[in-house]
Design a protein around this ligand. Structure first.
Ligand code: SDX
Length: 434
């Protein structure tokens, strides 16, 4: 970042001395006002619930232009990466290292990740403690956090080699753990990873093969899953990424930080929206019921939201939603489900919402979650596992952001302040005086 010639001056109507603050310019996007001297100079904090106007860090990884509907990973548009930028592991390499790999670098990276896909054999015993119908996100929070107990050789966050090994282990083992959570939920045996398969083909194999017969992956479906992973890989300082950064700022080990990110992603306002969007479509049931549902959404007292719509940053179409809709159509075509009623219902709902003043005036457009549930259901992924797939994909983004934070000389333990509106100091009365 560079200092801007312009400075920000804060002046007070009560004649208190004004305060000059530096403005920094990024390479693209909004400038920032450095308010770090504010409290020391004025005794006041800023107030910004939800951090609507607050930059918590500087980052070089992902950039979103909400008005243009643009998403860049290390400067590359998501449309190019998802369509002709190679596979998910190339995107992982890009997010972790800042540049796309050449053929030799990719081969080495794929080999390294492939040879870390197995989990310690004792990990299976953690699963047995869960009910079979446990939500997969509860299983992932538990098992990913538990990884820390197996890898004492890569917990020193100040050792770059430890950080590198932990990053690879997390990217490599997430598909194995997500597939194990699924197999456990349906009472089928765990399937070991296979080193002869690509990252996404291996995941489909661990999810859907059984020891009883050979399983052949469908390349169209594997490519669709790979694209879903690319679309979900990173997204600036969203709630779960901010959770990972805050957890990491205390020096917690990377496995614990990623477990914290999984917990945050679980919420229906965030990563849980794909599961909620599909449930919403199933609840609406048919195109005829759309007007009544839309009326409910407009009724503030109903508490009903159009799941898969709206975004804190995108005030235009989420570019991932467009790509997800294309992927959805390709998969349904491949499976002969082009007349899938839920897909038709989703497109009808999208069309109606995009022409409705209530949504247009609030700049509510489909986000990445609106179509991802339909395509994942078509791939045979159970609804409860949708957010687990999101967590699988976002692990590389979380760990890339965590690594960036750890090596940022400006980083400090995160510790926001507050506007206190509770009781001033008072004495404790004896119980017979209360
Ligand atoms: C993800 O941050 C990220 O980058 C997240 C993510 C990522 O990749 O990490 O992109 C992934 O989380 C995508 C978002 C998935 N969530 C959903 O689809 C759930 C439904 N969406 C909403 O909950 C909401 O849109 C949020 C949480 C996504 C954004 O909320 P904001 O930015 O805080 O906006 P807001 O709640 O202030 O809404 C502004 C207005 C309000 O109405 P008014 O008070 O002005 O009358 O729009 C309304 C809201 O009530 N509104 C909606 C709505 N979303 C906002 N009304 C109906 N349906 C919705 N979905």
């Amino acid at each position: 970042m560079t200092n801007s010639e312009t400075k920000a001056t804060l002046s007070f109507s009560d004649g208190s001395p004004s305060l000059e603050m530096p403005i920094y310019k990024g390479s693209i996007g909004p400038d920032v006002i450095d308010i770090r001297k504010l409290y020391g100079s004025t005794g006041m904090f800023t107030y910004d619930p939800g951090f609507m106007s607050t930059a918590a860090c500087n980052s070089s990884i992902t950039y979103i232009d909400g008005d243009k509907g643009e998403l860049l990973y290390r400067g590359y548009p998501i449309e190019q990466l998802a369509v002709n930028g190679g596979d998910f592991l190339e995107t992982c390499y890009l997010l972790l290292n800042g540049e796309l790999p050449n053929a030799e670098q990719k081969k080495e990276f794929v080999t390294t990740v492939t040879h870390h896909t197995m989990v310690h054999e004792q990990m299976q015993f953690f699963f047995r403690g869960f009910r079979r119908d446990a939500h997969p996100m509860s299983v992932l929070v538990g098992t990913v956090g538990a990884l820390a107990s197996f890898y004492h050789d890569s917990l020193d966050i100040n050792d770059p080699h430890h950080r590198e090994v932990s990053a690879i282990r997390l990217i490599a083992k997430m598909p194995t753990l997500v597939a194990m959570a699924y197999k456990y939920s349906i009472g089928q045996p765990f399937v070991y990873p296979r080193n002869d398969l690509s990252y996404s083909a291996n995941f489909m194999h661990m999810m859907f093969s059984t020891p009883c017969e050979p399983y052949k992956t469908n390349e169209v479906l594997v490519r669709a899953l790979d694209r879903i992973l690319i679309l979900h890989a990173d997204h600036e300082q969203n709630a779960s990424t901010s959770t990972v950064r805050l957890a990491g700022s205390s020096g917690a080990n990377p496995f614990a930080c990623i477990a914290a990110g999984i917990a945050c992603l679980w919420g229906p306002a965030h990563g849980g929206a794909n599961e909620a969007a599909l449930s919403m479509l199933e609840e609406i049931g048919s195109v005829d019921n759309i007007p009544e549902f839309i009326a409910q959404v407009k009724d503030k007292n109903s508490g009903v939201k159009l799941m898969g719509f709206g975004h804190r940053v995108y005030k235009n179409y989420d570019p991932r939603a467009k790509l997800m809709r294309e992927t959805c159509y390709e998969v349904l075509q491949e499976l002969g489900l082009q007349d899938d009623p839920l897909f038709k219902l989703a497109m009808a709902l999208e069309k109606i919402a995009l022409e409705d003043e209530y949504f247009v005036s609030r700049k509510l457009y489909p986000n990445v979650d609106f179509y991802s549930g339909i395509v994942q259901r078509a791939l045979g992924i159970p609804t409860a596992l949708f957010t687990g797939i999101f967590a699988l994909a976002r692990t590389v983004g979380w760990i890339a952001q965590w690594k960036e934070m750890i090596s940022d000389p400006e980083q400090k333990i995160g510790r926001p302040r507050q506007l206190f509106v509770g009781s001033a100091k008072r004495d404790v009365p004896a119980i017979d005086k209360r």
